[in-house]
Design a protein around this ligand. Structure first.
Ligand SMILES: [Mg+2]
Length: 144
């Protein structure tokens, strides 16, 4: 299968990074895979987006001025209440064990290093998409 095949069910993805070029490159790549992508340049902008609508996946730089990535993750988790929180993926240069621990404590599901392998990222999103679809089918079956 070509890496540019459209995703069967596009995900809403929010890319949060103060590195403009990095964020835009990732956004283009994910768009080519058929996902619907928004970009936020900092934590404040990310929270403005998520207050309106929670995306399926948030790709999160950790080191940002103002509200950093871990704080964004904590606030988004508290915003989502009973709703299933988005898949939170750190995409970062922070590679110390202590960085990984901080991101886990903030509720970030995956900690990936820059530069992220686009194929790996795409596979992770696809896995998330199919798990979500299977979950929806299981819920529908459980109701009958
Ligand atoms: Mg940064």
């Amino acid at each position: 299968m070509s890496t540019l095949d459209s995703a069967a069910t596009p995900l809403n993805v929010l890319v949060v990074d103060d590195d403009v070029d990095g964020a835009d490159t990732l956004a283009v790549l994910l768009s080519l895979h058929g996902h619907s992508v928004r970009v936020a340049r900092n934590g404040e902008e990310a929270l403005r987006h998520t207050a309106i609508e929670l995306p399926d996946v948030i790709l999160l730089d950790l080191r940002m001025a103002g509200i950093d990535g871990c704080e964004v993750a904590r606030r988004i988790r508290s915003q989502s209440h009973e709703a299933k929180p988005p898949l939170l993926v750190a995409i970062t240069g922070c590679d110390q064990d202590s960085d990984r621990q901080l991101s886990a404590e903030a509720g970030i599901h995956l900690h990936l290093l820059k530069p992220v392998d686009p194929i790996l990222l795409s596979e992770l999103l696809e896995q998330h998409r199919s798990q979500r679809c299977n979950g929806a089918v299981a819920a529908a079956v459980a109701q009958h």
